[in-house]
Design a protein. Sequence first.
Length: 151
Amino acid sequence: MVLQIGDKAPEILGGNQDGKEIKLSDFSGKKIVLYFYPKDNTPGCTAQACSLRDNYEALQKQGYVVIGVSADSEKSHQKFIEKQQLPFDLIADTGTKLSAQFGTWGEKSMYGRSYMGMFRTTFIIDENGVIERIISPKEVNTKTHAKQIID
């Protein structure tokens, strides 16, 4: 079953770039921007991460914590964070367990070839851990993503 608006997000989100377990309860009383993206250090994903980085202060002022999720490894996330100077955690969902729960992992196709991959999707989770908004793959604008969340 895929999580929808009104559902409670899972308590265990996964391990971050340093192997530390990230839990929903770590952010009690804060809103969470949980964004799923296809791959570290690719043009669209870098633009999206940098939009969130560049507007991080504004997001924090509105009570948001930002957490990125992809199927990349901890090591890949560490390099991505360092290279782009990202001020937020990235979850290494290498087994795609979290992505499956949120319905962001599935069959994609490019140039007529099918493969399994991550759908770029953002979930806004309220202070009580309930999903209040979903920005779908068709809606996400990588260059102005932070503005989409703030407005």
